[in-house]
Design a protein around this ligand. Sequence first.
Ligand SMILES: [Zn+2]
Length: 642
Amino acid sequence: MPIINRHPTSAPWIPPLWVLAMMALGTIGCAGTAAAATSATIEVNTREAPRGIMSAHLRLPVNAGPLTLVYPKWLPGRHSPAGPLTSLGGPRFTADGRTLPWRRDAADLNAFSVDIPAGVTSLEADLEILTAPAPDGVVQGLESPRTATESLLILEWHQLMLYPAGTRSDDLSYQASVHLPMGWKFATALRTTAATADGAQFAPVSLTTLLDSTLLAGRYFRDIPLGGAPAVTLHIAADTPVALNMKAETQAHYQRLVREAVELFGATHYNKYDFLWALTDQIMPDGLEHHESSDNRSPLRALLDDPIRRAEANLLPHEYAHSWNGKYRRPLGLATPDYQAPMLDEMLWVYEGLTEYLGDVLAVRSGLLTEEEFRDEFARIAAAMDSHSAREWRSLRDSTISAPLLYYQSRAWAARLRRQDDFYQESALLWLEADTLIRRESKGRKSLDDFCKLFYGGESTPPKVVPYDFDAVVSALNAVHAYDWAGFWRERLDRLRPGAPLEGLQAAGWSLALTSHPSSMHLAHEADDKDLDLHYSLGFYVEDEGATIGDIVPRSPADLAGASPGSHLIAINGYKWSKELLHDTLSAPPDSTGKIALLVQKDDMYKTLELKYSGGERYPNLSRRPGTDDLLAKIAHPRAPP
Ligand SMILES: [Zn+2]
């Protein structure tokens, strides 16, 4: 496979010839003009970030003639054309103090053409990004979701970036600087060359590295060394100082996470690694992988409330595993030369699916989850798969190809359409099946750990990208254990089959069972999601805020009664609704016919839904299959020395 070097191996980054690169690709008109060997600069002002505005001043080396600059569209890690163009103010172009008119390309709205006058060698561009006031302000993947609060901010450089069309992001050099609200601290994978009164200046890096180096800043900030060589550090910013209080036990688990990941992969592909973790209820929970850092966003009380801590336990392990699976090894279709070329998401069953599996495996091996909680997570995702009727018409392969659509669907109707994380979870169950197959057929001598070492380890290196395709995955699996892996994956990627793929769980010695007791992870996710999850009894969930009914499980009592997502629950059997009343009604139906009357408000009307159900409370759990080996316990067992 070709290897694309993203960084120099040791020497400091030497700025490439900006204009030479552009001339070679014909994006600048005046061939023969002397080229300027210098970095572009980007100076970002985040002082107004708390009110939803960040701005940038760019200085781009140019030559006279027509120039097309583009705004990043396809974003690594988001696997989608999610560049927040609808929230972009600008550009305003000036040169030598004069305003320059520009024209947007009618066919490519991310492209801006400007004529550079004779004698001009530097183009100034001003941009601002205006973020949504709501935590999840994503509209059709274009509006920028909120990234700042009164006490913290997340700076994603792509939101304020322009670069010459047709140029590889590896071939462009940018020198960045940032102004922060006074007194705030920050962390980023970028190397600081000078501290300023209200921020910092960073060493010039390629555009690839800059856009891969998100910055976290905050009024209340904490740095926690996690060990490792190269060193790994956890940086936390929170909306309140008390939310930074991580228990010593939790800190020890994150330190163990570093040891377990390095043990699993056998090598690292970063010079240092920075976990950036924002704790706030004002920004949508999320995680975004980078090569030498990750951008993690969790509810404010993720370190204080144990249920929320548990629900968020696989976030950092998942994003960390991406440094190997997704950043170092990357599907060919996602190893794009710039941010305008479409990303092809067909291999996300490896990029995201295996990472989802490894995130849980690393969480349990490092102690962030107990073995029981690890099992509960599998029960939860298997039951969710089982309730999604879209598996009858949409293959796993289609759900990966459709990732740019699925990521931006709301939770309403998720079970009919496949929700955004469906292909993560189905693929995780399939990687468990692959793991159990290798363990069984090799009589316990080999496991998926050997695949991880072979495919993602090797020699430790600085960041670089080694692309792969389907055949490379198959041949690495075959090198671990000879099997028809091509047939194994093709069948699972293309089949249309109702019901979850439970074969891996069964081979690991466990069966999915719906029982009357919610697992601790079910309760943890209810606390994290702020809802009441009745998917497996009445067939919907109720959001705490507004008592809104969300998603309707196909063929469930709620579906058959004609319920709609977005309705508000008012009363149950004539009594004002409450969570407690709903639980009581499920466990002891007042009516022998099994009818439950729900009064709901839909739009401006009240209506009564008659649900026929007498099955009691039902929640996903796993039960042991007698006479089988407990492979989940073996998979969960820590590997690294204490
Ligand atoms: Zn991921």
